[in-house]
Design a protein around this ligand. Structure first.
Ligand code: 4AD
Ligand code: MG
Length: 480
């Protein structure tokens, strides 16, 4: 008896072998053909029952969503949809799914909108689209570790609860230290909500960078891959309050080395999924093709999903300084009729996503690395250039996404760093440990942060970031 996952059975040629399959019913046709899925692949396995010899009460319980254990014989299929099928010899219902109740959920077999699926995030994983997206997400995570481990990077877990604001942007969720079982109360009996974590002000991390820098100063090359939190109340299709970030940090590496690393890394992980997620990516590509048909011709994408992914792995990213980009944007319009919503008037302005997307999608038509930004629109830790007004920052912009990576060469000079902190009113006492890295064996070093969900968005062709993380945390949604 072969107990295998459906993904393996579908590729098997061990015909006439006895197999056991456990999974959920996706459809049941003609009282004969059950399509079963176990999550191992986008494809279902067809299980054929002899309904004349199956008791009526069992037949009734073979309903969409029910969990089954099937034993049977693996056979070559005569149907055009699949190459193998299982001729059922025994069938056990492991868990019923009442059709009347299923009808009220997104498990009911009809096309539901992504918005509707989001309302039932706990069930949407049983749909083809979410199965495909989440398997690709899982493979991408593996590829992230595989890239860094193969290249001699060490994986570091930086704190989730922290006293520092790595980005200096003040977009933090506070951590409170209240003991729920024994809360402090005022005279009226109301709970005193503490604003602190055991006497210290702390928050959920916005980035593990500063801690990762301290580790790069000992381990040489490190990377983090963990959850980060931003209390920005932005309801866009690119922002989450809780997202996963990958942050490599490398000693003795300048901005050029940083750009090379980021480009090589992205190309590796995209190639990895192209190689290892073929069925899921093909499914996602076809899904997009159906969507594209409903759009006006001018808005349709020129490349299919797989072509888009291959393009990224095969072509150099365009490297452009902020100053060059501003010149391009000053003289451009997003299209003949329309101006930018926020026209670029002068050097020093921060780029909005409309500008980023124009550069990538209309002007260069490839991923773009923008570097050497004005110091005053970037974080305090970035290396000041000799011109005294720009910093060695880089952002990587992707088609359909906008910013996917933000990084920089770090300010390694203690005196310059202290001056910068003073100008921005950042208390030296709070970052004494960070300043120590510049006191003891400081060196040129660089790193970047890649928003994992933005990468998953790009690779799967999904359009809303809420649809590429299992349980999205947004200003409206924190139920689970
Ligand atoms: O540009 P950010 O804010 O950079 C940092 O946090 C640096 N400390 C990284 C570093 O140098 N180690 O964020 C990095 C990336 C962005 O480019 C974007 O892809 C993603 O994180 N990101 C978000 N993704 C989803 N939702 C949000 N609210 C995000 N904010 C940033
Ligand atoms: Mg950024």
């Amino acid at each position: 008896m072969i107990k295998a996952k459906i993904a393996d059975l579908l590729n098997s040629d061990q015909f006439l072998q006895e197999v056991e399959v456990k999974g959920w019913v996706r459809s049941f046709r003609s009282n004969r053909f059950i399509a079963v899925n176990d999550g191992s692949t986008i494809n279902n396995i067809q299980c054929v029952i002899d309904f004349e010899n199956t008791p009526e009460d069992v037949l009734k319980r073979i309903t969409v969503g029910a969990a089954l254990m099937i034993k049977g014989t693996l056979k070559e299929s005569l149907g055009s949809q699949q190459s193998v099928e299982v001729e059922v010899t025994s069938l056990e219902i492991l868990g019923d799914a009442n059709p009347e109740e299923v009808k009220l959920t997104i498990l009911s077999p009809k096309k539901h909108s992504l918005e509707k699926l989001r309302e039932q995030a706990h069930l949407r994983i049983r749909t083809n689209t979410f199965g495909a997206v989440m398997r690709v997400r899982s493979k991408l995570s593996f590829a992230v570790h595989s890239y860094f481990q193969q290249n001699n990077f060490h994986y570091v877990n930086t704190p989730i609860i922290t006293g520092s604001d790595a980005e200096g942007a003040g977009e933090m969720f506070k951590v409170t230290g209240m003991d729920l079982n024994n809360p402090e109360r005022d005279e009226k009996g109301n709970i005193n909500y503490k604003e602190d974590f055991f006497g210290k002000e702390t928050n959920l991390t916005v980035s593990g960078q500063l801690e990762a820098e301290t580790y790069a100063m000992g381990l040489g090359q490190v990377y983090t891959f963990g959850p980060t939190f931003r209390a920005e109340n932005s309801n866009t299709s690119r922002h989450l309050a809780e997202f996963w970030m990958i942050e490599p940090e490398v000693a003795f590496c300048d901005l050029d080395g940083n750009m090379d690393l980021a480009e090589d890394f992205i190309k590796y992980v995209v190639s990895y999924v192209l190689e290892n997620c073929k069925d899921d990516l093909e499914f996602l590509e076809n899904r997009l093709k159906d969507d594209e048909k409903t759009k006006p011709a001018a808005e349709r994408s020129e490349l299919d999903l797989l072509e888009k992914l291959k393009f990224v792995t095969e072509n150099n990213f365009k490297r452009v300084s902020y100053t060059e980009a501003i010149d391009i944007l000053k003289n451009s319009k997003p299209n003949k009729k329309k101006k930018f919503q926020y026209p670029i008037e002068e050097w020093g302005a921060d780029l909005q996503s409309e500008h980023e997307r124009f550069l990538v999608e209309k002007h260069f038509k490839c991923p773009v690395i923008l570097f050497d930004y004005p110091a005053n629109i970037k974080a305090f830790y970035m290396r000041l250039n000799e011109d005294g007004k720009t910093v060695r920052a880089m952002d990587i912009l992707f088609p359909g996404i906008g910013e996917i990576v933000g990084g920089s060469q770090r300010e390694e000079r203690l005196d310059v760093l202290k001056e910068k902190m003073k100008a921005l009113d950042i208390d030296e006492k709070e970052l004494w440990w960070y300043l120590d890295t510049r006191k003891f064996g400081t060196c040129v070093h660089s790193g970047f942060g890649l928003g994992f969900e933005r990468l998953v968005l790009f690779v799967t062709g999904m359009t809303n970031i809420r649809d590429v993380i299992p349980f999205p945390r947004t200003p409206q949604n924190a139920e689970f």
